[in-house]
Design a protein around this ligand. Structure first.
Ligand code: NAD
Ligand code: MG
Length: 357
């Protein structure tokens, strides 16, 4: 287990679950960073006593500085402050920031040689080719936190140097699994935020509903594990028990199973190669009765197909895909556009880029 972490995105879903793991195993928290939720940051500072805390929002940083003036924690502000948190000397940087905002901290952590436990998949979508090359150059280990990628990474521990034939990336299918493209024209924001198996931040929950999340993860898997697109299959598995699998040359498939609880992949990224008791509930297969698998419906969920087309086209195209998606999801969450318009906007923004390539 690492002795200490810097936790970026500490107030979010992954951030607070990372603190659960840190609390369970007595991992020191050297730095915290978040956007603006200073009430949560104040409580985290008082519990974990980090050397520094970065708040991206300048006004919020000013307020927090006053609130924690009696502590030894130095409060930094703005995106430069977040980069300082990523560069602090620690056992691992956990990057749990949402969106492209996580990319610069990913690069900053790698530049100084910090081990990276990466939840921020958008770093690898926007600049995965560049990030992986930099990590190789700096000999920095990137440990996946995303549950599917953690699963693949865990399955690869049994590879003994053998070649991977195929990776099977599982998807829950989200709250709208089984619905037609037409039926998806009338779903609401509340419907989209009701994920059947995982409790997560708003952006990734909407990405799961459009299945863009699986598209982003397809790109993430290509970059992390150096795979060709034809080496990745997506299969819908609504119970979210098989977190992903790896197929070898002989047809043998090794899968990783567990309850849908992010504290398991978070902890593995921090304890690797060791395994330790976890606060996550244990898996009781008989309680599930059946595990089911089906093909993704690319007609109802065209975002997945679009991301799979972008995946081999490199950082620039995938970055444009990511940014168009971030904008459209924010517009959907603020009530400006309907659910089905997320894909229309993203497709409209990048169709010409793909056509011109
Ligand atoms: P969230 O919305 O719950 O939390 C996001 C965190 O990022 C918050 O702490 C927020 O303050 C911080 N943040 C946002 N903008 C920032 C900025 N500019 N500078 C510094 N901090 C900023 O999101 P989440 O669900 O925890 O997801 C975080 C990342 O992990 C995403 O990339 C997501 O795709 C990935 N992920 C999440 C889950 C999950 O179960 N939640 C699973 C797999 C992967
Ligand atoms: Mg995932």
């Amino acid at each position: 287990m690492v002795d200490s972490v810097a936790l970026l995105g500490s107030t979010g879903s992954i951030g607070t679950q990372t603190l659960d793991v840190a609390r369970t195993h007595g991992v020191a928290v050297r730095a915290l960073a978040a956007n603006s939720d200073i009430a949560t940051l104040e409580a985290q500072i008082r519990e974990f006593r980090p050397a520094l805390c970065a708040v991206a929002d300048e006004d919020a940083a000013r307020d927090l500085r006053v609130r924690v003036a009696d502590t030894a924690t130095r409060v930094l502000s703005g995106s430069d402050g977040v980069l300082d948190a990523a560069r602090i000397d620690c056992g691992a940087v956990v990057n749990a920031i949402v969106g492209r905002a996580g990319l610069a901290p990913t690069i900053a952590a790698i530049e100084v040689g910090n081990t990276l436990a990466l939840a921020n998949k958008e770093s690898l979508v926007c600049a995965g080719v560049r990030v992986m090359a930099l990590a190789r150059e700096k000999r920095v280990r990137i440990l996946p936190v995303d549950s599917e990628h953690s699963a693949i990474f865990q399955c690869l521990q049994g590879a003994a140097g053998n070649k991977v034939r195929r990776v099977i990336l599982t998807a829950s299918g989200g709250p709208f699994r089984g619905m037609t493209r037409d039926a998806l024209r009338t779903v609401t924001r509340e419907d989209a935020l009701r994920h059947p198996s995982w409790s997560m931040g708003a952006k990734i929950t909407v990405d799961s509903a459009t299945m863009m999340n699986k598209g982003l993860e397809f790109i993430e898997a290509m970059r992390l594990f150096d795979l060709e697109p034809q080496q990745i299959s997506v299969v819908v598995h609504p119970q979210s028990v098989v977190h992903s699998a790896v197929e070898f040359e002989d047809g043998a498939v090794i899968a990783q199973l567990g309850t849908p609880d992010m504290r398991l992949p978070i902890q593995y990224a921090l304890s690797y190669p060791e395994r330790l008791p976890s606060p996550a509930p244990t898996l009781e297969l008989a309680q599930y009765g059946a595990l089911t698998f089906e093909e993704p419906d690319l007609d109802a969920f065209p975002a997945l197909a679009l991301a799979m087309r972008c995946a081999p086209l490199g950082d620039e195209v995938c970055g444009a895909l990511n940014d168009a998606n971030e904008t459209a999801v924010a517009q959907f969450l603020s009530g400006e556009i309907a659910f089905y318009e997320i894909f229309e906007r993203v497709n409209g923004a990048i169709a010409h880029i793909i056509r011109d390539m």
